[in-house]
Design a binder for this molecule. Structure first.
Ligand SMILES: CC(=O)SCCNC(=O)CCNC(=O)[C@H](O)C(C)(C)COP(=O)(O)OP(=O)(O)OC[C@H]1O[C@@H](n2cnc3c(N)ncnc32)[C@H](O)[C@@H]1OP(=O)(O)O
Length: 139
């Protein structure tokens, strides 16, 4: 599968530019199975992809097992169409004693369009846990 690379930046000064913030972590096409009976993509499917992308990044930061403790400031900005290539970008904004805050942006590249656009963003918080699911300090 072709991997689409958009220009990504973590520079706060470039917020005004139509470019994703963070690191490209997950890419997946929106499929017919991800829709409701009206053929619209489920919001829950999008959140699932965001959670997965954030977990990939959180595991790397925590060097091990993590779990989602909070999801907040979720914004569904524009719809996703079946066939759109969905890209999740992650940006670590805070590392606590055991918690990791990650901003996630979802961008799509419709097959017929040249310019990608943001469809969803939100903040995911993970906690590092041990084999017994107890909070584990990461620093
Ligand atoms: C219900 C589900 O199945 S959802 C699917 C996946 N998620 C889960 O299963 C997680 C279920 N939750 C848990 O198992 C527990 O809440 C745990 C193990 C994650 C955390 O245990 P707690 O004793 O509640 O957490 P604790 O008080 O030790 O806080 C851990 C860290 O999380 C932070 N934290 C706690 N609650 C929140 C919250 N609502 N939002 C953001 N951060 C939070 C704390 O500030 C702390 O951060 P720090 O160590 O960096 O200072």
């Amino acid at each position: 599968m072709e991997v689409l690379e958009y220009e990504a930046t973590t520079d706060a000064e470039s917020d005004a530019l139509p470019a994703p913030q963070g690191e490209l972590t997950l890419q997946i096409p929106a499929m017919p199975r991800d829709t409701n009976p009206d053929n619209d993509i489920f919001g829950g499917w999008v959140v699932s992809q965001m959670d997965l992308a954030a977990e990939i990044t959180a595991r790397r930061v925590a060097k091990g097992r993590v779990t989602t403790i909070s999801i907040h400031q979720l914004n569904f900005l524009r719809p996703i169409e079946v066939g759109d290539m969905v890209s999740c970008y992650t940006n670590v904004t805070n590392i606590g004693g055991s918690s990791i805050h990650i901003d996630v942006e979802v961008w799509v590249q419709p097959p017929a369009e040249q310019v990608p656009h943001k469809v969803t963003d939100g903040t995911f918080v993970f906690v590092a846990i041990d084999a017994n699911r107890r909070t584990r300090r990461i620093r």
